[in-house]
Design a protein around this ligand. Structure first.
Ligand code: FMN
Length: 203
């Protein structure tokens, strides 16, 4: 049973969550986990202006995803930073390239799940997660989120990401905050949750 973690990250927050998602998925016996980046669409000059060049070196070793690879997975967990309350353009462009998979029904019945990051606490994480579920439903995927069985999302003693729709982190206005232990625990839970469902579906 194969779980693919497909992400875009500009400054490393989503990458950190993606590692935790993969870690959680690997705890399910018989699960093969692979990580992929979606192709960059911004020029080096724009990335430099956005201060992303150094940060992106940390995950440059992760292979870039080919759209057709999605068909080989039993579950796909997508990670995207929030951009104006939605997924980022790089991810949208990748999703828009899945049309042949849509036409052939290649992703029908596979598990789909999403995690995100935003600068601010109420900056659109839930809208990013929920609107990302829409194309996954068009592709025929079975949506899995982050159930309240992950009780860390109930915490109010510290600022924390995580909602029933998926794991998340709050990066701060300057990207100065990296995922907390609680947020990483949520990501690990989501990875394990998705892998558990996928292994039951593929029995
Ligand atoms: C064009 C653009 C739009 C953004 N829109 C939002 C937003 O709507 N809400 C928010 O809280 N943060 C927003 N951010 C901040 C990003 O979500 C933040 O940089 C990201 O979560 C960091 O994750 P990463 O390091 O994996 O890229 C935006 C950033 C950019 C560059």
């Amino acid at each position: 049973m194969k779980v693919l973690v497909v992400f875009y990250s500009m400054y490393g927050h989503i990458y950190r969550l993606a590692e935790a998602i993969a870690e959680g998925a690997r705890t399910v016996a018989g699960t093969q986990v692979e990580m992929r980046r979606v192709p960059e669409t911004l020029s080096q000059e724009v990335l430099k202006n956005m201060g992303a060049v150094e940060a992106q070196k940390a995950f440059a070793h992760i292979p870039v995803c080919e759209v057709d690879e999605l068909a080989s997975a039993d579950a796909i967990i997508f990670g995207t930073p929030t951009r104006y309350g939605n997924m980022c353009g790089q991810m949208k462009q990748f999703i828009d390239a899945t049309v042949n998979l849509w036409a052939s029904g290649a992703l029908v019945g596979k598990v789909g799940s999403v995690f995100t990051s935003s600068a601010t606490q109420h900056g659109g994480q839930e809208s990013t997660l929920l609107t990302f579920h829409v194309p996954l439903l068009h592709l025929g995927m079975i949506i899995a989120g982050l159930p309240y069985a992950f009780q860390g999302q109930m915490r109010i003693d510290e600022i924390t990401g995580g909602s029933p729709y998926g794991a998340s982190t709050i990066a701060g206005g300057q990207g100065e905050r990296m995922p907390s232990e609680n947020e990483l625990a949520g990501a690990r839970f989501q990875g394990k949750h998705v892998a558990t469902i996928a292994s039951q579906l593929t029995k």
